[in-house]
Design a protein around this ligand. Structure first.
Ligand SMILES: [Cu+2]
Length: 71
């Protein structure tokens, strides 16, 4: 059984549902992410991931690679 860690990332640069969908896709596409949901109104991504495969830094990098900023 792999362990799951939950985290919230504050994301800036999202303006519409297309942006939040892009961030969700970027996070969901990572190996080790079991769930990624973005709340556009709160500008927050809720992510569940396997800490044996990924770090929070990897999540942050994926969001930035999609063109948005974390923090
Ligand atoms: Cu947009």
């Amino acid at each position: 059984m792999s362990e799951t860690k939950k985290t919230e990332l504050k994301i800036s640069g999202m303006a519409c549902a297309g942006c939040s969908a892009a961030v969700e896709r970027a996070l969901s596409g990572l190996d080790g992410v079991s769930s990624a949901r973005v709340d556009l109104g709160r500008k927050t991504a809720y992510v569940e991931y396997d800490p044996a495969k990924l770090t929070e830094q990897d999540l942050k990098r994926a969001v930035e690679a999609a063109g948005y900023k974390v923090g």
